[in-house]
Design a protein around this ligand. Structure first.
Ligand code: ADP
Ligand code: DP6
Ligand code: CO
Length: 329
C-alpha cells in the first residue's frame, strides 16, 4: 500500500483564465495571475492498494457516484502512467470550501489530488511538474501549487503550460480578500462548460483576449511596485471583462445574481467614500473584495450593515501546497 496526503489552498485569479485552446490537455487561451488564500482549502489522501478492484472516491465522507469517480480515475491514470503503476486507489477528500459554488474548489481540490497521488507514488515532481499535472485536472489548480501570487504561463503544449510563483517581497502579506458568500449552492453552469460556450459562441470573446496582455503587464507592475490601487483597478477590470463575454454567448448566461450586484455596488460606494477596495467574481455569484490588510476592519464594518456576519469570510494570503503524510505499508 502506498499513500499520500496533502493540503492545497484555493486561489482567486486577479487576471482571469477564461477559455481553453486545448480541452483535453487544458491549455488556456490566455495567461492568468492569482493570489493563493488561507481561508479555503482541500485535504486529500490517496491510497493505492493491491486489494482494490476499482477506484473509490469519497468527498466529505460521502462515497461518490460513478460519474464523479470516473473524473478522479481519469486523473489518477495520468499519475499512474508516470509511475508505471496499475494499482487502484481509495481517494478521501475533504473540502474546506463549498464545492462547485464559484469559490475555486476545483483549484484546491485538483491540486490536492495531484499532490496526494504524486506523494503516494513517490513521483518526486518539481513544482513546475506538479503544476503541469494539476493543470490536467482543472486549469486553475495549476496555480494552487504556490503560495502568494502565481502566474499560469499558458505555453503551447503539455510541457510548456504551467504556473510559476511571483516573488513580491512581502506585498502579498499586506493584502486581504473578503468573501461575500451570497450563495454557496452548486452552480448551474460549471466553469468548464461556461468558458467553452463562451469561446465557441460569444461575439465578445475576441475582445476579452485582446486586452489580457496589457492587464497582465499592469498587474505584474503593480505587484513589483506594491501599488495596491493599480492592482485593484486591473483586478476589477479583468473580472468585469470576463463576465461581459458570457452575456454575448449563445445561449447567453451570467453568473451574477441580484445579491452579487448589491455587493459590487456596495464596494463602489465604499470606495467612493474613500476606502480603497476592489471586487472580483468567478464562475458563480459570490463576490470577493481585495483590500489592504490595514483597511480590513473598516471594510468589514461597512459590509456588516448590508450582509449577515456568516456571509462574510476573511482570507489572507495562503501558503504553497503542503505534504501532510507519505507512507508505505
Ligand atoms: P469551482 O468554482 O468550485 O472551482 P468548478 O465548476 O470549477 O467549480 O469545479 C467543480 C468541480 O471540481 C466539482 O464538480 C468536482 O468535479 C471538482 N472538485 C471539487 N472539489 C474536489 C475535490 N476535493 N476532489 C476532486 N474533485 C473536486
Ligand atoms: C472564472 O479552473 O475551474 O475561476 O480548467 O475547466 O477546470 P477548468 O476550469 P476552472 O476555471 C476557473 C475560471 C475562473 C477564473 C480563474 O480562476 O482564473
Ligand atoms: Co473551478
Amino acid at each position: 500500500m502506498f499513500s499520500g496526503k496533502v493540503r492545497a489552498y484555493t486561489n482567486i485569479a486577479l487576471i482571469k483564465y477564461w477559455g481553453k485552446e486545448n480541452q483535453e490537455l487544458i491549455i488556456p487561451m490566455n495567461n492568468s495571475l492569482s493570489l493563493t488564500l488561507d481561508a479555503f482549502y482541500t485535504e486529500t489522501q490517496v491510497l493505492f492498494s493491491k486489494d482494490l478492484t476499482e477506484d473509490q472516491f469519497y468527498l466529505d465522507n460521502q462515497l461518490q457516484d460513478s460519474k464523479a469517480t470516473l473524473k478522479v480515475s481519469r486523473f489518477l491514470d495520468l499519475a499512474r502512467k508516470k509511475a508505471d503503476c496499475t494499482l487502484y486507489a481509495t481517494v478521501r477528500s475533504q473540502n474546506f470550501v463549498p464545492t462547485a459554488a464559484g469559490l475555486a474548489s476545483s483549484a484546491s481540490g485538483l491540486a490536492a489530488l495531484a499532490g496526494a497521488a504524486s506523494a503516494a507514488l513517490k513521483l518526486d515532481l518539481s513544482s513546475e511538474e506538479l503544476s503541469r499535472l494539476a493543470r490536467r485536472g482543472s486549469g486553475s489548480a495549476c496555480r494552487s501549487i504556490y503560495g502568494g501570487f502565481s502566474e499560469w504561463q499558458k505555453g503551447t503544449s503539455d510541457e510548456t503550460s504551467y504556473a510559476v510563483g511571483i516573488a513580491s517581497d512581502g506585498f502579498e502579506d499586506q493584502l486581504s480578500m473578503i468573501f461575500v458568500v451570497v450563495n454557496d449552492a452548486q452552480k448551474d453552469i460549471s466553469s468548464r462548460d461556461g468558458m467553452q460556450r463562451t469561446v465557441e459562441t460569444s461575439a465578445f470573446y475576441g475582445g476579452w483576449l485582446q486586452t489580457v496582455p496589457q492587464d497582465l503587464a499592469k498587474a505584474r507592475k503593480a505587484i513589483a511596485e506594491k501599488d495596491f490601487i493599480a492592482l485593484g483597478e486591473v483586478t476589477e477590470a479583468s473580472a468585469l471583462k470576463m463576465h461581459g463575454t458570457t452575456l454575448a454567448a449563445t445561449p447567453p448566461f451570467t453568473y451574477w445574481s441580484a445579491e452579487s450586484m448589491k455587493a459590487m455596488n456596495l464596494v463602489r460606494q465604499i470606495r467612493n467614500d474613500g476606502l480603497p477596495c476592489y471586487f472580483t467574481m468567478d464562475a458563480g455569484p459570490n463576490v470577493k473584495i481585495l483590500v489592504e490588510r490595514k483597511n480590513e476592519e473598516a471594510l468589514l464594518n461597512a459590509l456588516r450593515d448590508q450582509f449577515d456576519a456568516q456571509q462574510v469570510v476573511v482570507a489572507h494570503t495562503g501558503p504553497a501546497i503542503e505534504i501532510l503524510s507519505e507512507e508505505e505499508a
